[in-house]
Design a binder for this molecule. Structure first.
Ligand SMILES: Nc1ncnc2c1ncn2[C@@H]1O[C@H](COP(=O)(O)OP(=O)(O)OP(=O)(O)O)[C@@H](O)[C@H]1O
Ligand SMILES: [Mg+2]
Length: 398
């Protein structure tokens, strides 16, 4: 019995999109994304903080629709360094998805492009197109025209097959980085003329997306917004306990503790569940002690990148982080400012804002919080001793 438990697979998966048994809930979001992808000209913009589960949810909808015989292309634009890289991603996703149904998808897509396209097999042997490398150095207008050409080619293919195609562009705000505001206007121009393609644009840079969809910006009104927030904490807690129990570690009542320690990002919560299970599987049950040890293990495993980040901060920024790790009001009360050596409010607030712009802190409910619960734990475990303080690594200041 104990042997079976020790060898059972960890029921929690982190890193990359999850699906199947590793994915839970998001019922409303799935319904809305599915509707947008199957309704003519019902475009959606999915936006929210990082690590919430956007990509996973989009993938799950794509799989659901594929099982119903629908065509959905999903292109990951997150690593692109130029508009032409984005075009490549879109073309490749289109060929991968549509080539399985229509043998002539590849020639039909590339014959409409006005630039040279090379073909190379991917690891599974499918021939995938990519633009001539010279395109990366082409002028912005030419790159934009090529991106438009690729999307138009998908529209034409859909029309010729009398089919509807859903296109998901994940991390699409990157278009702003390479093509500027005009790229948005341009993309809008393309999107709104397509009758056979529905678009779901997703992104995690909230500030940028907010700016892109603001009143005087091109995307305003074209896209229906879907704010992608935290999952229902009760559901998540129950799901964690069920998954642990089914994998051989009884976990009564600790789901909520895991959520509280690691929320609001789904990935962080699942990461703590995963680590807790690794500790708990030896005993066949998870209690608060295993959760605490699981948390400590995650903090330890992230020591090197967090330490590097810490070392690169200014002394004032480090002081701000100590204060925020201890108390939610750490920057505002005079007592706390003295305790952490923060000096005047002005410079301390400015340091906090810089930390927000670098995604170390976030501003929530008018107070500063850590973006990562594990960085918070690291500061508590490693940097509080500098000022003569000691708290448990699982201390939650808010
Ligand atoms: N609905 C879910 N059920 C279970 N686990 C989930 C769910 N959504 C997200 N996760 C967990 O969060 C991790 C990150 O999810 P995902 O990559 O989909 O998020 P994202 O919002 O696209 O993140 P990023 O901002 O990094 O692109 C997954 O690997 C998984 O561990
Ligand atoms: Mg993602």
């Amino acid at each position: 019995m104990v042997r079976r438990v020790a060898e059972s697979e960890n029921p929690f998966r982190i890193g990359g999109a999850v699906s199947g048994r590793h994915f839970t809930d998001r019922v409303d979001e799935r319904r809305r994304i599915e509707r947008a992808l199957t309704t003519p000209q019902a475009h959606l913009i999915v936006f929210g903080p990082r690590r919430m589960g956007k990509t996973s949810t989009l993938r799950v909808v794509q799989e659901d629709l594929a099982n119903k015989g629908r065509h959905v292309i999903m292109a990951d634009l997150s690593t692109a360094s130029a508009l032409s890289d984005m075009t490549n991603r879109i073309l490749q996703a289109a060929v991968r998805e549509l080539g399985r149904r229509w043998q002539d998808a590849l020639p039909k897509l590339i014959q409409r492009l006005s630039v040279k396209v090379g073909l190379a097999p991917d690891p599974s042997g499918i021939l995938l197109p990519s633009l001539d490398v010279a395109m990366r150095d082409a002028g912005i207008d030419e790159q934009r025209a090529t991106l438009a050409g690729a999307l138009d080619a998908i529209e034409h293919l859909a029309a010729s097959k009398r089919a509807r195609i859903g296109v998901i562009l994940d991390e699409f705000q990157e278009i702003h980085r390479f093509g500027g505001e005009q790229a948005e206007a341009h993309l809008r121009g393309i999107v709104q003329h397509h009758k056979h393609v529905s678009y779901v644009l997703a992104g995690s840079d909230e500030r940028l997306i907010g700016a892109m969809t603001g009143p005087r910006r091109p995307f305003y009104k074209l896209l229906e917004p879907l704010a992608f927030g935290a999952m229902d904490p009760d559901h998540l807690a129950r799901w964690i306990e069920e998954r642990m129990g089914a994998a051989g570690a009884r976990a009564d009542g600790i789901g909520a503790r895991i959520v509280t320690l690691a929320e609001p990002r789904t990935r962080d919560v699942v990461q703590l569940a995963r680590s807790t299970f690794d500790v708990a599987r030896r005993f066949g049950r998870a209690t608060e002690a295993e959760v605490e040890e699981g948390f400590r293990q995650v903090v330890l495993s992230e020591d090197a990148p967090i330490r590097a980040l810490w070392d690169a901060l200014s002394p004032l920024q480090q002081k701000v982080l100590r204060a925020v790790a201890v108390k939610s009001s750490g920057l505002t009360t005079r007592l706390a400012r003295r305790q952490f050596g923060l000096g005047d409010t002005g410079p301390a607030t400015k340091a906090a804002q810089t930390l927000v712009s670098r995604d170390v802190l976030v501003k929530a409910e008018r107070e500063y919080r850590f973006d990562s619960p594990y960085m918070r734990g690291w500061v508590i475990a490693n940097a509080l001793a500098d000022v003569g303080l000691a708290l448990p690594v699982t201390h939650v200041p808010y």
